[in-house]
Design a protein. Structure first.
Length: 83
């Protein structure tokens, strides 16, 4: 069961475009340079969302439940990352 907001069966979230837009209040993902989603119970990064964040330079996903770095290959402009 994968809900539209990225909620999974375990209660953890996937970092989807909906989560970024709703939780962070950000809607222009292509121009976004800094994204801070600390302590959001995120377990994974959605590939489609990662591909949308082409300008991202700073990413903070600390205090989440990430189990892999899948999707991080799309963050080609990252200067700083906190996980």
């Amino acid at each position: 069961m994968e809900a539209n907001q990225g909620q999974s069966v375990t209660g953890s979230l996937a970092m989807t475009t909906d989560v970024v837009m709703n939780r962070a209040g950000i809607y222009d993902l292509l121009a976004l340079k800094e994204l801070i989603l600390r302590d959001e119970d995120l377990a994974q990064v959605d590939e489609t969302c990662a591909q949308s964040l082409v300008s991202l330079e700073i990413l903070s996903l600390s205090h989440n439940r990430l189990t892999s770095l899948d999707g991080f290959q799309y963050f080609v402009n990252l200067i700083e990352v906190r996980i």
